[in-house]
Design a protein around this ligand. Structure first.
Ligand code: 1GP
Length: 230
């Protein structure tokens, strides 16, 4: 399962946050290519399943970004598995995954999994602290990107600026470098101008927080991403 390479725009829904049925309908009928359900904390089996049940009736692919092996609900269209490349601790890249495969390897559906090489670039993001990251410089990021493609053959390299708008030049440089690995950008997109700019730099953009702060602005990012000339 990797349609990600064909997508331009994805909304990320936080299961801990509230959305009315009406707002959810607008999101799911916005023309976005997919939704990801995921968050760094407060993610429970109940809130993930509840949100999935509300998304499922719509004709939009729904992926779960797995942040806790205990919170894997069935029936998603795919499962995103982050490997945090710029973590200082091996467990965020390897050990948690190893434990999960040891426990559930017999029943895992490998075709449903998309492993993401994660590179977290905002020191203020919850995930930065949670996954014990260090802040890589440009050369480091380029090296991680090359490792993701050429050493690990990962389908996705995720430039994660969650909560702040990133550096379009860096994103573009990374995307130009990678031929097979899909570059996903997420972080701080709050307007159609930003969506258009980052869509011209990355393969796929992910829009999260603004959904809960300014839904109209969030919805406008869809056409901006689709119309950008990458
Ligand atoms: C978060 O990359 C996504 O994982 C999107 O970031 O919430 O800042 O839009 P924002």
């Amino acid at each position: 399962m990797n349609k990600l390479s064909e997508w331009k725009h994805v909304f990320k829904l936080d299961p801990q946050k509230t959305l009315s049925d009406h707002d959810l309908q607008l999101i799911l009928e916005s023309g976005t290519d997919a939704v990801i359900i995921g968050g760094t904390d407060g993610v429970t089996f109940e809130n993930v399943s509840d949100l999935f049940d509300r998304v499922q009736p719509y004709d939009v692919p729904c992926l779960l970004e797995v942040s806790d092996i205990e919170v894997i609900a069935p029936e998603f269209d795919g499962y995103l598995i982050p490997m945090v490349l710029n973590s200082r601790e091996k467990k965020w890249m390897l050990d948690i995954h190893h434990q999960a495969v040891k426990e559930y390897g017999d029943i895992m559906d490998w075709d449903q999994m998309v492993v993401e090489g994660y590179c977290v670039l905002n020191e203020e993001a919850k995930v930065f602290k949670h996954a014990e990251c260090y802040l890589p410089d440009e050369e480091d990021v380029l090296a991680y990107a090359r490792m993701a493609e050429h050493m690990f053959h990962l389908p996705v390299f995720y430039l994660e600026y969650s909560g702040t708008y990133g550096d379009p030049e860096l994103v573009k440089k990374i995307t130009n470098e990678l031929q097979h690995t899909t570059v996903v950008y997420g972080g701080g997109i709050r307007s159609s101008d930003q969506a258009e700019e980052m869509s011209a730099c990355a393969d796929v953009i992910v829009v999260g927080n603004v959904l809960y702060e300014d839904l109209d602005a969030a919805l406008k990012t869809v056409s901006a991403a689709k119309n950008s000339n990458f």
